[in-house]
Design a protein around this ligand. Sequence first.
Ligand SMILES: Nc1nc2c(ncn2[C@@H]2O[C@H](COP(=O)(O)OP(=O)(O)OP(=O)(O)O)[C@@H](O)[C@H]2O)c(=O)[nH]1
Ligand SMILES: [Mg+2]
Length: 448
Amino acid sequence: MTKDTIVANATPLIPSAVSIIRISGKDALKIGQSIFSKKEDIKPRKVYFGKFKDSEGNIIDEGIFIYFKAPYSFTGEDVVEIQTHGSVPVVKKIINEAIKLGARFAEPGEFTKRAFLNGKIDLTQAEAIAQLIEAKTEKASQAAVNILEGKLSSQVRRLRDALMNIESLIEAELNFPEDVEEMPLESIKNDLDNVIRQIKQLLSTYKKGKLITEGIKLAIAGRPNVGKSSLFNALIGYERAIVSDIQGTTRDFIEESFNIQGIPVKLIDTAGIRHSTDEIEKIGIEKTKEKIKEADIVLFVFDAFEGLTEEDLKIYEDIKHKSPIIVANKADLLLDKDRKKYYFKDIIFTSTKTQEGIQELENRIFNILGLTEDIDSEVYINLRHQEILEKSLKILEKVNNNLKDYENFKEILMLEIREAKEHLSEIIGEITTEDVLGNIFSSFCIGK
Ligand SMILES: Nc1nc2c(ncn2[C@@H]2O[C@H](COP(=O)(O)OP(=O)(O)OP(=O)(O)O)[C@@H](O)[C@H]2O)c(=O)[nH]1
Ligand SMILES: [Mg+2]
C-alpha cells in the first residue's frame, strides 16, 4: 500500500480561467490546510473560499478548497482539491509548497493507479479513463465511456463466473467423491460453448475499437496536377494545401487530421509522382512513396478530362498492391458519355469544383473499413484485452474439443478451466503484476 502523499496539477500548465491542483494521501488535509487560510473545521465535500499562502505567509492566490475524506474520493484516499486562477506560476508555487510540506510530485497516472489499487475502479475502467482523455472523436469518447460505465467488466465477470462455476463443479466431485454424483463431462459442454462464443464475440470488437480510437492513415497519390491537393482540401473542409495549375506544386507531403463519420483520419497529401531531375522534387517523390507504404488506404487520383496517361498507369502499377480507391477527378470537365470509357470497376468521379463525389468517396472509405452499422453503444476491447482473451480462448477450445479425453483426468481439466478463468481475471485486474500496471499507468498524463 502506498503511504506517501502525492500532489500534481490536474489541469494543464497553461494560462486559463481556473487551474486545479490535487493532493492525495494520508497527509493531504494537513498539507492542504497549511497552505490554505482556513485552518480549522474543514468538513468533507464542502466548498471553502480563502487565500493560499506560502510558508512565510505571502499570499500566492485566492481560490477554492475542497476536502474529500477517504474512502469517498477518486483515489479512495484523503484528497484535497485546490482551485486557483489559471496562472502557471501560481500553480507551480502551490505544488512546490505542498512538496516542501512533505508531498511528492505524482507519477503519470498515479492518481488513477491509486483509485485502482484501492478498489474504486477496475483495470478496464482505469484504461477507459486514459482512452477518454485521449479520444479524438465523439465515437472514441463514447466507446471509452461505455467501458468506464462497467460494460466490459460486467461481461468479463459473467464469463469468469461461468468458468468458476464449472471449476467448482469439478472440484466438488474430486473432493467429495462419495457425496457428489459423478458428472458426465458432456454436461459442461453447453456452458463451455457459451463462454467460447462470447469470448469470440468480444475478440471480434478489437479491430473496430482500434479504428475508432487510433483511426487510419489515408494517402492521396497520383501524377502532378490531377487535383490531389484540391481533393485534400475538399476532404478536410478548408484550404490547407496550396493548389495551382503548375505541375509539382506540392513538394513536401502535408498531413491533416479530420474524421469520417467519427473515425479519425490522418489525411496525407503527397507530391505528384513523375520523373524529375529537380533535386528537391525528387526528395518529395521519395517521401511520397514512403507515405503510400505507411498508409492504410490510398486514393489513386487521375485527371478524368485528360484521361489515363502512360504516367498514370505506371503509378497505378506501383501502388496497386495497396488496392487503392480509384478517383477520376475534374469530372466537371467530362461529358456524361465519356465517363463510360474508364474500365476500372468501382471508380469514383469527383470534382473539387462542384463537390461531386466527395461524399461518395467518404462513404467508400467508411465501408472499406467495415463500419457500416451503428457502433455507438458497443464495447471494444484493446490490445491488452485481446492478448489475454486469446490465451483464455486457446485453453477453452482445446478442452472443449477434447472433452472425452479428460474423463479420467478431471483434475487436469479443473486446472485448465482455472487457468482460463484466471486470464479473464487479469482483464479486470483481479490478478495483475507490477509490470502490467506500470505499462498501463505510465502512458497516462501527469496529474491523472
Ligand atoms: N476543373 C477542375 N479543376 C480542378 C479540379 N481539381 C483541381 N483542379 C485544378 O487542377 C489544378 C491542379 O490542382 P492541384 O490540386 O494543385 O493538383 P495536385 O495534384 O496537387 O498537383 P501537384 O501538387 O503538382 O502534384 C489546379 O489548377 C486546380 O484548380 C476539379 O475537380 N475540376
Ligand atoms: Mg498538390
